[in-house]
Write a protein that binds this ligand. Structure first.
Ligand code: WTA
Length: 649
């Protein structure tokens, strides 16, 4: 018996890049990609060194491209540079001085456009504010902000003076802030009075106050005034951003940082236990972010680029701030909810700002499908030329909807697989080169030596399931877990000897395309067959009545595990016995009898993390008939759980 994951979903739809797109693209054919990829894998150091000279500005050149002592990597050893200088100062002299860097819209509707020159000035001023308030190179600074330009300004100001930022997502509770402050020993917090979400004000400063009760480590809180809600300023500790900025000089010299100096810590929830402080360093991270932004989004100077992620996630770090600004792009930033005041807000934004590149998550795409085509159809989306997806496997039906309804069957879709730990996109199509199949992140980016392996680390044959690993170090890789090198080794470098283990299950098809089948921890074992969650979920979503599905295993005396499916339906679809049976049959036809759910449960909503990932761990407990006992602090909406537990129909 093998321990490998079996894979049954067959997807035959196929989309060649359009000749008009390919003609203008940086990489314009599959053979050109293959040639560049081959070079990048045969000699990664030369490949990355060339890109590092091309894409980054340095104070001092490195003497060694890579020092690798598994699991610790050092890239561009001896090199010196500053990230904010790479994202700002260089554009003051390359013709982009008056180009829009950020185009922002608040949820209530205010609009601001900030040029590179203005952004440079704001960042310099805030860097001076930080210095005056005692911040030094290497200090840890927590950023807890709404989605407004000041969030990006705060990040860049930290990098300017060599302080290490840790952004805490603005939807997290005071407990989360407290844990993170404690774990990284932060001394300064940058926050706002509040931010807008679905018409209400999120009281950010108040959460910070709660987090700081009995805390003696944080000596300064800098408060940006955004929502004008009532707040308390603690004398001696809290200061207003605007008052401090008035006193600050408009230039701050960039600190010359070592290539391997820490840039930021970003906490990511482990499925169990306390969050891990993923540590990224300076040069390798910035290079990874910039190189992927250039090639994956095929970024042009005239693009209007919008990534809908929150700045509190790694996607916001790499693809709102560091990658695009390093390349001098125009970045759209939006504060609020996609369905505020109505479910067409995103499409309205695209139309109004002439967005050309749109990067979002499958969870959002499935929500839009559920809300109906009439919302996007009210808007002219013809400015779009490229679409992207990240965060979860995109179900083929959701991909098709995105392609036809949003992209008007015209725009390539880049389904990008990566992680907080990888820092930058790892598996992805290149839009002018890679033929697309709905549901797969296709091929590895340059320099990424990805493989699907068995327990022994042997590559499995095409279409067999296994563990997704990366076999060589890459510049933007996680360097450590803050304060916990043992956990770092154990978590990522002990599962498959000599390889970085991603935690994901995958298969490679006959064209070498990677299909993510789900997290390894979520794999089901049904009568000796190991099944990934994503294929069964995609089969369910391909039924016209279904909006979203999550599949988990329930202990079963006969089969080991029985398949339980939690399903949300499209608007107006009835919760009937007949439909439940029809869905079971449908999965049987699409995948095979082995995957037929034993139990289909209708739900109003699925439990998700704040970044939109389905929390199967909680559903597993519900499916087994028990109470949810695990950690629910990352859950978006606790009510969802109550509904699910009470719902046996
Ligand atoms: C999942 C987000 C399939 C995967 C950038 C990964 C994906 C985890 C994709 C990392 C994709 C992300 N296709 N699965 N295109 N993108 N994932 O750290 O399980 O929030 O390991 O980083 O999301 O999530 P994280």
């Amino acid at each position: 018996m093998t321990n490998n994951i079996e894979s049954y979903l067959v997807e035959n739809r196929f989309f060649e890049p359009s000749p008009s797109f390919s003609k203008k693209a940086y990489v314009s054919s599959l053979s050109q990609y293959e040639e560049l990829y081959r070079r990048s894998i045969e000699d990664p150091e030369t490949f990355w060194a060339e890109l590092a000279s091309e894409l980054l500005v340095w104070h001092k050149k490195w003497h060694t491209v890579l020092e690798w002592e598994e699991p610790f990597a050092k890239w561009f050893v001896g090199g010196k540079l500053n990230v904010s200088e790479n994202c700002l100062d260089r554009h003051l002299h390359d013709g982009r001085r008056n180009k829009a860097a950020l185009i922002w819209e608040g949820e209530p509707g205010e609009k601001r456009t900030i040029t590179y020159q203005q952004l440079h000035r704001e960042v310099c001023k805030l860097a001076n504010v930080l210095k005056r308030n005692g911040a030094k190179r290497g200090d840890r600074i927590i950023i807890y902000m709404p989605m407004c330009p000041e969030a990006a300004i705060a990040m860049l100001a930290c990098t300017r003076i060599g302080a290490i930022h840790s952004v805490v997502f603005g939807g997290f509770s005071s407990e989360a802030i407290k844990d993170r402050i404690h774990d990284c020993n932060a001394t300064i917090v940058i926050t706002a009075d509040g931010g807008y979400r679905r018409g209400a004000i999120v009281p950010l400063k108040q959460s910070v106050d709660n987090a700081l009760k009995n805390n003696r480590q944080v000596h300064r809180v800098i408060v940006f005034r955004r929502a004008n809600n009532q707040i308390q300023l603690e004398p001696g500790r809290d200061v207003w951003w605007h008052e401090e900025m008035e006193k600050a000089a408009a230039f701050c010299p960039p600190e010359s940082m070592d290539a391997e100096d820490p840039l930021y810590i970003l906490y990511t929830s482990g499925s169990t236990g306390k969050p891990k402080g993923v540590l990224h360093t300076t040069a390798g991270y910035l290079l990874g972010a910039a190189a992927t932004t250039k090639y994956v989004f095929d970024l042009r100077d005239e693009d209007v680029y919008w990534c809908t992620a929150d700045i509190g996630w790694v996607t916001g770090h790499s693809y709102i701030v560091y990658g695009p600004l390093c390349l001098g792009a125009t970045v759209v930033m939006y504060e609020g909810a996609p369905n505020w005041p109505k479910p067409d807000r995103f499409w309205k934004l695209i139309e109004e700002h002439g967005v050309t590149i749109f990067y979002t998550a499958p969870t959002a795409i499935r929500a839009f499908m559920r809300w109906g085509d009439k919302w996007p159809n009210q808007h002219n989306l013809s400015s779009l030329r490229l679409l992207g997806s990240v965060g979860e496997p995109i179900n083929p039906e959701a991909w098709m909807w995105y392609h036809t309804v949003i992209g008007n069957s015209r725009c390539p879709i880049v389904d990008t697989w990566w992680q907080t730990e990888t820092g930058a996109i790892m598996l992805t199509p290149l839009p002018g080169a890679t033929p697309l199949k709905p549901g797969t992140a296709t091929l590895p980016f340059f320099g990424v030596d990805a493989a699907v392996v068995d327990e022994q680390g042997e590559t499995v044959p095409p279409n067999a399931g296994g563990k997704l690993v990366i076999r060589k170090p890459w510049p933007s890789m996680v360097r450590n877990i803050w304060g916990d090198p043992d956990r770092f080794k154990k978590q990522y470098w002990s599962e498959i000897k000599g390889n970085y283990f991603t935690g994901d299950g995958a298969r490679r098809d006959e064209d070498g395309y990677f299909w993510i089948v789900g997290r390894i921890d979520d794999v089901l074992n049904v009568a000796g067959h190991r099944l990934g969650t994503s294929e069964i979920e995609s089969a369910l979503v391909s039924h016209p009545a279904v909006a979203e599905a999550a599949v988990v295993g329930r202990p079963d005396p006969m089969k080991g595990q029985a398949v339980v499916a939690f399903v949300t339906l499209k608007e107006g679809e009835p919760h009937t016995k007949e439909l439940r049976e029809a869905l079971r049959q449908h999965v049987g036809e699409v995948i095979g009898p082995i995957a037929k759910p034993d139990d289909v449960r209708f739900a109003e909503a699925l439990p998700k993390t704040r970044s939109g990932k389905i929390m199967r761990r909680l559903l597993k407990e519900i499916a087994a008939g028990g109470q949810v006992t695990g950690d629910t602090t990352t859950l978006e909406d606790l009510n969802v759980l109550a509904q699910l537990s009470g719902n046996e129909t």
